[in-house]
Design a protein around this ligand. Structure first.
Ligand SMILES: [Fe+2]
Length: 260
């Protein structure tokens, strides 16, 4: 198993939700964890893309590229209306105007354009989507039942026995040889990966949880054990901010109340 010098925190899918990100970073700091990795989708959906980029850059050792980050840079083809509206809004806010030489705006755009798709470190690999297609592919809770062949190919694409992903906003673990998805409540206090069995750990979402739990989700990993953390934040403050921005679809905020 990976030989980590100290526990690390892995976050994902912040989605421009500053209240959620701040609460999660505070929780990480309260545990004296210094190393934070962010698996992407820092932008998209929420009201605060600029502030979230700034905070993530300050707090995270590595930030990866998610499909929403990529879409803000390039295009929003294939996204549904709710996602597309926020992507286009965030592009307008983040892309520096050629006539405006604001160095901070230029820096944020450059930061977004330089995000890597994956990394491997300390015996594990990490990406936004899947080990096979790191930015776009979903590893779904239903895959063991509905598409075992896809899952087998994804396991074969892994270069380590343990991978951390985000993207679906559904926290939980998929294990080679286990034909069901293991949600956090079934993981219990601690999920212990073993070298002999490849495993994909979805760390959940900080800023847009979708598992009917409004609290932010992330994981702490110490080289032996993965622990899920759920953190309450001021959901109503974020909802109010979203509703005040006409370019962002109201559903991007309203769904936060129920975590769906
Ligand atoms: Fe996402």
């Amino acid at each position: 198993m990976p030989d980590l010098q100290e526990p690390i925190a892995i976050i994902s899918d912040v989605h421009a939700n500053l209240e959620a990100l701040t609460a999660v970073i505070d929780d990480i700091r309260a545990q004296n964890i210094e190393t934070v990795y962010n698996l992407g989708d820092t932008v998209g959906y929420g009201p605060d893309p600029e502030a979230c980029i700034d905070l993530v850059d300050a707090a995270c050792r590595i930030t990866l590229c998610g499909n929403h980050d990529y879409a803000v840079l390039f295009d929003a083809d294939g996204f549904n209306l709710v996602a597309r509206k926020s992507i286009e809004c965030h592009r307008r806010r983040l892309q520096p105007d050629p006539g405006n030489r604001d160095p901070v705006a230029s820096w944020r755009w450059k930061w977004l354009s330089e995000l890597e798709p994956m990394f491997e470190q300390g015996g594990f690999e990490a990406m936004h989507g899947s080990p096979r297609q790191p930015i776009t592919e979903y590893v779904l809770p239903s895959d063991p039942e509905n598409d075992p062949l896809k899952l087998a190919e994804i396991y074969l694409a892994m270069s380590c026995s343990l991978a951390f992903v985000g993207h679906t906003h559904f926290p939980g673990v998929l294990e080679e040889g286990n034909d069901s998805f293991i949600p956090p409540f079934a993981v219990g206090d601690c999920y212990r990966p073993v070298n002999s069995r490849r495993a994909i750990v979805n760390v959940g979402s900080v800023g847009q949880p979708r598992d009917r739990n409004s609290r932010s989700c992330y994981v702490v990993y110490n080289g032996e054990c993965v622990r899920y953390r759920r953190i309450a934040y001021d959901v109503e403050k974020t909802v109010k901010k979203v509703l005040a921005i006409p370019e962002i679809h109201p559903a991007s905020g309203l769904r936060l109340r129920d975590g769906r």
